[in-house]
Ligand binder design. Sequence first.
Ligand code: SUG
Length: 447
Amino acid sequence: MAREVNFDGLVGPTHNYGGISFGNVASADHQGQGSNPRAAALQGLAKMRTLHDLGVPQALFPPHFRPELGLARRMGFTGTDAQVLQDVARALPLLLASCYSASSMWTANAATVSPSADSADGRVHFTPANLQNKIHRSIEWPTTARILKAVFAGDGFAHHQPLPSTAALGDEGAANHTRLAPSYGAAGVQLFVYGESAANPFGAKPKFFPARHTLEASTGVVRLHRLHEERVVMAQQNPEAIDAGVFHNDVISVGDRDVFLCHERAFLQQDETLRALSEAYARVSERPLRVHQVREADVPLHTAVATYLFNSQLVALPEGKTALIAPEQCQENGSVRDYIAALVEGDAPIDAVHYVDLRQSMQGGGGPACLRLRVVLTDEELAASNPRVVFSPALHHDLEAWVEKHYRDRLTPRDLADPQLLDASRVALDELTQRLELGSIYPFQLA
Ligand code: SUG
């Protein structure tokens, strides 16, 4: 037996709106606004609870420690932590926001994961994403790699180094990766989506916003994960979509088992991509892939970006039905709500919808799907994973109390210079790693 476990990123105590993700519309729109880290963490936990109560396997990843002042020190700031905070706040506020970003909550970008059913060596493969396109995200992978190794220890798991951090090998992880299979434990097809190819610098690419992920990065991951070529599909994102704010493919398509839902303007070569996907899928299943394309006339691209319809999760309910876990913004938009209702009632392969309030994360550009890393695990692999990060009502209860005790309910850019925020975050995370028995994963615990 195998199941997909969603590992959601627990929102860290320094969640703030830095406006530091160029190309991410929500990030730019909320720059400098006050955030509420406590509400953000509680909303994330409530989403995990919704999935758990639906019978969907749920686990979590701890937040990274922030501020990461090593970033400021590498930029020439010196002295005590308090001194560095003060100097960076004055000289380079955007760098301070980068040191402080709680962006590790968006675990869809933490790594690319391939299940053992797809790899030639029968192991689960992990490649942490280098996230080189944004300063605040480029510092995530060392802690991510430590967490992955702490949670998935043993011979059944292959942990790779991230790809070299350079634009030609830009890797944004599972946000640009979808696995389709007749069942979780069966051999599947993996779709890798990229924004541009380094080998083709004059090829199609967005005009305004960066393409964060390259074809070359994905080919590296395919090789590392020992995937079978005939069960891999590579597709280029529609550059117009990137320019409309689709900075990751999970903002414009989502798939699960035999279901693939996408906007008709998701890919540069839409028809060829869907054909290749269906053909590859036919190699692993006698029943065809069920593709549902959303037409521009029904949900325009800009509405898809504003509501994050495609950043919904598609999850398997215990009786085998498929549910859409959508952000409340979809419910608030009358036409998107009606569209989803018609999907559920009609012939589309979606049986139910559940709306979740993730307002705090959404304002940084992260919806339900961004917050989770999907890991397909067999019984044996699950048994070899750290059980302390598996979500339960008891853990929910404990973590709510932990959040209430340690998190502030308001953070503005001015607060980031306050050394007490740093101290409080360190105390909170130290307590968390003890609670989760994760050993030493943060730099301050390794020193
Ligand atoms: O990388 N936002 C993240 C959002 C990531 C969403 N992930 C997926 N689509 N899977 C990003 O742009 C906002 C930071 C700020 O502005 O404070 C930020 O990093």
